[in-house]
Design a protein around this ligand. Structure first.
Ligand code: ZN
Length: 467
């Protein structure tokens, strides 16, 4: 008998493996693989090890493609590739990729956000490793406006993050905050987050063509050889934080101005992968003014590749789960969608309708800071906007969202209130039926808006099954 936990939203494959080992009392990873191989009956015709991701997907009750896209960092690492670009992530037809690459890490070390872990403990009853925190360059949790913590020994993934609380590094607060406020870094991380959700990679040759076209518009050099125009690599150095670049792509931080760095400049003209996905995302982050624009252009180059938006799970969480997740993630709509494994496009409007606005935060400011000043400290709208470093319009929009239920009540009151008698009665123009004397249909009355009815409470979700 194998005890089969359900994977949590965005849970990293290795963290899930750790839970499987602990729940079943296996001595180590080796024994776990042997037991799961026997249980699944999966075998390789050349007697090689069965890819771990296939074993874990069977434990999770998912197909290998779905498990790979939701729980490994492969969709990011292989997000832009020239090697078998038409192969969906996690496709079992390529056991080589699954065996050698599916469960590799995207960067050294094991990263976590202490506050996310605490929220997970309250919401799920346990702490777990999130793959979004393992992306190169992710130093800051935008949901909690706090630096990430990490341990260098990757065996930590086999234990819950809480086991590393007392012996971990925490990213320098000033560095994390500086990078959180850097617009290029924010674009980079948003593009990475999108790649992480895609079921298939983008082809390097499509991406190179699109990036080169945009680089030409910006007057950058798009060919190898003698430097005759501003270089993409220099633009990246100019726009990103130097310390952050030294962590993400050390070669770039160390290069001289005007010197071509093929690993980065090559993304514009090499038809085979010039470098890792990181280099392509860095390039897209400086060539476009917004991550949405960059993603739209990259998607337009590969229309045959399904985008993340069309693929995401369409599961509909209960209102109570949405509310709990909203509190647990400190008001991040995208974070709520991730936490519940649901589609952002479906979740965000529902949170708005529930009067729960997006509490975007950056550095020491953000909508949450502004709303707190307005609602809890009694400051004026203008003062609160200044404190939160957001525009008055942005704050007013959030207040209107937060007042959704009151707005419904107000509309109901208005619809029931008789118009007041006007002090001066003016002669008005007659309606056509009043002049012609011809009988006309009675005008339709305006219905009373009754508002939305609450859904019945759903049964609590199961957290695990036993095979
Ligand atoms: Zn966090």
């Amino acid at each position: 008998m194998i005890i089969r936990p359900l994977p949590l939203p965005d849970e990293l494959d290795r963290g899930f493996l750790g839970r499987v080992i602990r729940l079943n009392g296996f001595r180590d990873e080796k024994e776990c693989v042997a037991e799961l191989s026997a249980w699944t009956g999966l075998c390789d015709r050349y007697e090689r090890a069965v890819p771990g991701v296939m074993l874990l997907s069977r434990v999770a009750g998912m197909d290998t493609e779905s498990f790979t896209v939701r729980h490994t960092t492969l969709p990011f690492r292989r997000g832009i590739t020239s090697y078998m670009p038409t192969l969906m992530h996690g496709c079992e037809s390529s056991a080589t990729i699954l065996r050698n690459s599916a469960m590799r890490l995207a960067r050294p070390g094991a990263y976590f956000c202490r506050k996310c872990a605490e929220a997970d403990h309250d919401f799920h009853g346990m702490t777990y490793w999130r793959r979004a925190h393992q992306i190169p360059g992710a130093l800051w949790c935008s949901n909690h406006a706090t630096p990430l913590s990490y341990v260098e020994d990757e065996r930590a993934f086999l234990e819950p993050p809480a086991a590393s609380f007392d012996e971990c590094f925490t990213v320098d607060h000033a560095l994390a905050e500086a990078t959180a406020e850097n617009l290029a870094v924010r674009r980079y991380l948003e593009i990475c987050a999108d790649l992480l959700e895609r079921p298939a990679p983008l082809d390097v040759k499509d991406v190179a063509r699109v990036l080169a076209g945009q680089a030409r518009l910006r007057g950058l050099q798009t060919w190898p050889g003698k430097t005759a125009a501003p270089l993409l690599s220099d633009k990246v150095v100019d726009e990103f934080d130097a310390k952050w670049l030294a962590i993400v792509l050390p070669d770039l931080a160390a290069k001289a101005k005007g010197q071509i760095l093929s690993r980065l400049d090559g993304v514009l003209y090499l038809s085979k992968s010039a470098s890792s996905t990181v280099a392509y995302v860095l390039a897209a982050s400086v060539l476009y003014d917004s991550p949405d624009e960059a993603l739209k252009e990259l998607q337009s180059a590969a229309p045959h590749v399904p985008s993340s938006v069309g693929r995401q799970a369409s599961r509909r969480p209960h209102d109570d789960d949405l509310y709990a997740a909203y509190v647990a993630t400190a008001g991040g709509h995208a974070a709520v969608a991730k936490l519940l494994g649901a589609n952002y496009g479906a979740v965000s409007p529902r949170l708005d309708a529930m009067g729960l606005p997006k509490l975007l935060s950056f550095g020491k400011g953000g909508v949450r800071v502004a709303l707190r000043a307005f609602l809890l400290e009694g400051r004026s709208v203008r003062e609160s906007a200044e404190i939160g470093e957001v525009s008055v319009l942005e704050l007013e929009s959030s207040i209107r969202t937060a007042c959704k239920h009151f707005v419904e009540a107000l509309e109901l009151i208005d619809s029931q209130t008789k118009p007041a008698t006007r002090p001066f009665v003016k002669t008005r123009q007659a309606a056509p039926h009043e002049v012609s004397g011809v009988a006309a249909d009675r005008p339709c009355g305006r219905g009373v808006h009754l508002g939305k009815r609450r859904r019945k409470t759903e049964a609590p979700r199961s957290h695990g099954v036993v095979a």
